[in-house]
Design a protein around this ligand. Structure first.
Ligand code: NAI
Length: 464
């Protein structure tokens, strides 16, 4: 099999950037070029000031500093990077379709197809094309058809290598993956291509953790992994509502069931609901594929995970309104956190957006503090829902860069992200500056409820 000397990655986002930084760090003899159409994003990746990197991930700056300019490059010259590379990763976004057939469910593959066409047009030597993006099962067939029918007669091998990193812990996940999954054709050429990619990961991942499968198992496994993970969140969230109705405590229940080794303790934290760019879109995609194949029971089963998640967010927002005497009109409500989870600046599908939207429907004034998310991003997230005009949204949603300013005079605080710093705030000072009664709605169960109640707060958490 071929030894890889040059890699190109199309898409410098939350997956392409960190993944390629680590591949370059661990393989100093391979030239890795990450390309993107977005010029600002590439400029930010190249910024001498590492705090300007477009993605915040603990530990990312150090790896970029080590490899950038040595064998890691960020560029907007997509064609040149494709032409030079032996192996090309496609790591572009695959959002839920917003138009046409499968609207609101199917994955939009237009960006992936554009990449395939561009690769076919530019390539003048054999290439291994790696699907890094999360794709519907059978997409490799479409990519292969495009490459073979529009190319210059060179040979392409398609591999599927889904990424399992979690935002917020991307760097440790990449350095110590539970497993690396590589799918490919089970022909001699396909197996040789698989081996070339196994060698790239073999630079730091133990062989036992690198598993190889056929293409379709690999593509499908990524959707299934996200479906199972999201299902655990929706399962414990469903139980949280039952706990609230019965004086059971969801944390005690989670601990009790999590010690069963068949269940396990992780991913059993009740919350306002999961967010992030992947869980919802990948489950909708799974539901859509199942429906397309006529597997209606399978589709309904998984769709319930999304229905439960939407319900949990609505329930949280509605509870704020009913607790505040059925009106939040004109009331200041402070949000602690906007990112979909801690230690990331990613806000896609964050529960905070939906809770804010619901409360703004009730004419609440929302003041948000998040340590990593800009005011511009928050407005864009809310505008993306198209519930009302941008001017109106801007009237109701304010961003504060000082948490103590955000909560000043507020009727209620809602914790939407589990940032560690929230725990160590001066909660007495916060209490003193709030309207009374001072309510706290802890959507992440991160605050010390008893300590807050001793100060005088009225606290509501999830599932207690
Ligand atoms: P992203 O939106 O952060 O990055 C995608 C980048 O691709 C953008 O910067 C965009 O400008 C660029 N792009 C799109 N079309 C292009 C083209 N034709 N040429 C050059 N650049 C192009 O997306 P993210 O989060 O990195 O996700 C990428 C894929 O990885 C998705 O399929 C996602 O489902 C999957 N994934 C994401 C994970 C996450 O935690 N964000 C984890 C595992 C998989």
């Amino acid at each position: 099999h071929k030894k890889i000397k040059s890699i190109c990655c199309i898409g410098a986002g939350y997956v392409g950037g960190p993944t390629m930084s680590v591949i370059a760090q661990k393989n100093p003899d391979i030239k890795v070029t990450v390309v993107d159409l977005n010029e600002q994003r590439i400029a930010d990746w190249n910024d001498a000031d590492l705090s300007k990197l477009p993605i915040f991930e603990p530990g990312l700056d150090a790896v970029v500093e080590e490899a950038r300019g040595r064998n890691l490059f960020f560029s907007t010259d997509v064609n040149q990077a494709i032409a030079e590379a032996d192996m090309i990763f496609i790591s572009v976004n695959t959002p839920t379709k917003t138009y046409g057939a499968g609207k609101g469910m199917a994955a939009d593959l237009k960006y992936v197809e554009l990449c395939a066409r561009q690769i076919a047009e530019v390539a003048t030597s054999d290439k291994i094309v790696v699907e890094k993006s999360t794709l519907p099962v059978k997409t490799a067939q479409a990519i292969k058809s495009i490459l073979d029918n529009t190319g210059n007669g060179v040979k392409f091998q398609i591999l599927s290598n889904p990424e399992f990193l979690a935002e917020g812990t991307a760097m440790t996940d990449l350095a110590n993956p539970d497993r690396v999954l590589i799918g490919g054709d089970q022909t001699p050429e396909g197996k040789a291509a698989i081996q070339s990619l196994v060698d790239v990961y073999g630079a730091w991942v133990p062989q036992a953790q690198i598993i190889t499968t056929n293409l379709w198992s690999s593509e499908l496994s990524k959707l299934v992994a996200n479906a199972f993970l999201a299902q655990r969140v929706s399962s414990i969230n469903a139980i949280s509502e039952l706990c609230e109705a019965t004086q059971a405590n969801v944390e005690e229940v989670a601990r009790a069931i999590g010690m069963d080794s068949r269940i396990g303790p992780k991913f059993l934290k009740a919350s306002v609901g999961f967010g992030g760019s992947c869980f919802q879109k990948d489950i909708l995609n799974l539901v859509y594929i199942s429906k397309s194949l006529g597997l209606n029971e399978v589709a309904d089963y998984w769709e319930q995970v999304i229905i439960m998640n939407n319900h949990q967010r609505d329930r949280f927002a509605n509870n704020i309104v009913s607790t505040l005497y059925n009106t939040v009109s004109g009331k200041k409500i402070a949000f602690l956190g906007w990112a979909f989870k801690k230690d990331t600046n990613d806000t896609r599908e964050s529960a905070a957006i939906y809770v804010a939207d619901r409360l703004i429907d009730e004419q609440a004034q929302i003041y948000v503090y998040d340590p990593k998310v800009s005011a511009k991003q928050m407005q864009a997230d809310l505008n993306y829902l198209s519930t009302r005009t941008e001017t109106e949204n801007a009237k109701y949603l304010q961003t504060q860069t000082d948490p103590y300013k955000a909560v000043e005079g507020a009727h209620a605080i809602a914790v939407l992200t589990e940032w560690d710093e929230f725990k160590s705030y001066d909660w007495q000072k916060i209490y003193d500056n709030m309207s009374k009664p001072a309510f706290v709605f802890d959507g992440r169960n991160v605050l010390n409820q008893e300590a807050l109640e001793a100060i005088g707060f009225q606290v509501q958490s999830i599932g207690k």
